[in-house]
Ligand binder design. Sequence first.
Ligand SMILES: *Cc1c(COP(=O)(O)O)cnc(C)c1O
Length: 490
Amino acid sequence: MASAFLPAGQFAITNSPFLIHNGWVPTANETLRRIPSVNQILHGLGAGPLLNQFPRHLVVEEVRHALDRLRDSIRRSDDPDRDLKSGLAALEPELGRSLRKRLRPSLRPVVNATGIILHTNLGRAPMAEETVQTMNHLSQGYSNLEYDLDQGTRGHRDRHLEEQFRRLLPCEAATAVNNNAAALYLVLSTLARGRKVLVSRGELVEIGGSFRVPSILEQSGASLKEVGTTNRTRVQDYRDALDGETALILRVHPSNFRVVGFSRRPALSELVALSREAGIPLLKDAGSGYLFRTSHPSLRSEPTVEEILKAGVDLVCFSGDKLLGGPQAGIVLGKRSLMEAVRKNPLARVCRLDKATFAGLQQTLTLYEQGVYLERLPIYRMLGTSTSSLESRARQIRRGLDPGAYRCRILDGFSLTGGGSAPEETIPTTLLALRPTAFSCNELGQRLRRGSRPVVARIEDDRVILDLRTVLPEEDEVLVQSLSQAASED
Ligand SMILES: *Cc1c(COP(=O)(O)O)cnc(C)c1O
């Protein structure tokens, strides 16, 4: 029995003075008394790596826990002596595992095998390599975040983004805050506090549980003036609702649902015409930040920021981490005079962005300016992956699995854009469907989530379904390892 914490034969079971001979079978109580003390264990560990790698007080705590577990198992054992020996032999590696686990950050990378590209619970858009590098680089030192290098004077952090957005899109000004909810809140509070905002009843939506248009409106100090009905709203309904108290017309992209059948709402251009006629600004919450039209069929009904600005809205707001493909942020584009007011609101300071996020947004926009965003942003690569390449990856993964451990099938299915974009548009995909031979699908789902590199999958029809569209190709190997590890836990 080679164990680093048992030097000089002191507690090595093989030459212990308590060693049992002649077929005498010890009881659990007698075995419990032979468990070394915490100090004896620590003394034994002295030579090994654990006390060099981890703070002593943590090691002491984990030794206590480990000895508690050992006592428990001996009490329940039908062969206490054997369990003591094997428990002590396994103690050092077990301590190493529990100490590493204890110091591991709880926020960790996971493999997204759900097929939902913008999965809010999994952190939405993965960022481009260039974006991550720029964010790292800029975070490590100082930057000209709010400093004008030409003049040697104080600058504004919005300036960096504004120049880029003005080159890319028909807008005069830009600002960025913590997320789209904050952007909407900030604009409403600036332009409509104590006054009325017209919103169609068909657009009073809830997105992802915590974001509800009516609640944000109420919190901002504006009062909601509902217009039309859930399924039908006409321009005339807006016109009838306008009065001296009206500060803003808000148009919300209904994002995660679609009213079908007997329904209509005015075209954006009709609302623009009304807003100009009445001299009341029009704000559009565009949600996803889909900047330009692409050929992706699943995004055909998603309005683009370019189209919205061309239609003539005064302001548009959207998220940074949905179809824009950057870090979490809320971006507002539009008229300079309104933006100046927004920037002067003290709330702008409350929800302002940090330098790393600015750097990430700038780099993401640079990919758009370079015309390479469809190839470089992982979300567009995922949207564009063909079913045949997904199928060949699925076959490759299947080849890496023990056929005794899993029954595998390759099936047709559907992926989703997610993040409230294109709710009814599914993307044809190829799925790997697994059924473990030795345990249940729920058990496999749990083992995959709890593994050293967690994998999140769907469970459907008593199968674990892996959609490789949202798995980065370099993660395929990780997936094989995680699946093999899950099968060998028995
Ligand atoms: C996603 C979404 C939001 C919320 O955006 P966050 O960036 O998560 O705050 C608001 N409005 C619409 C229409 C959305 O789709």
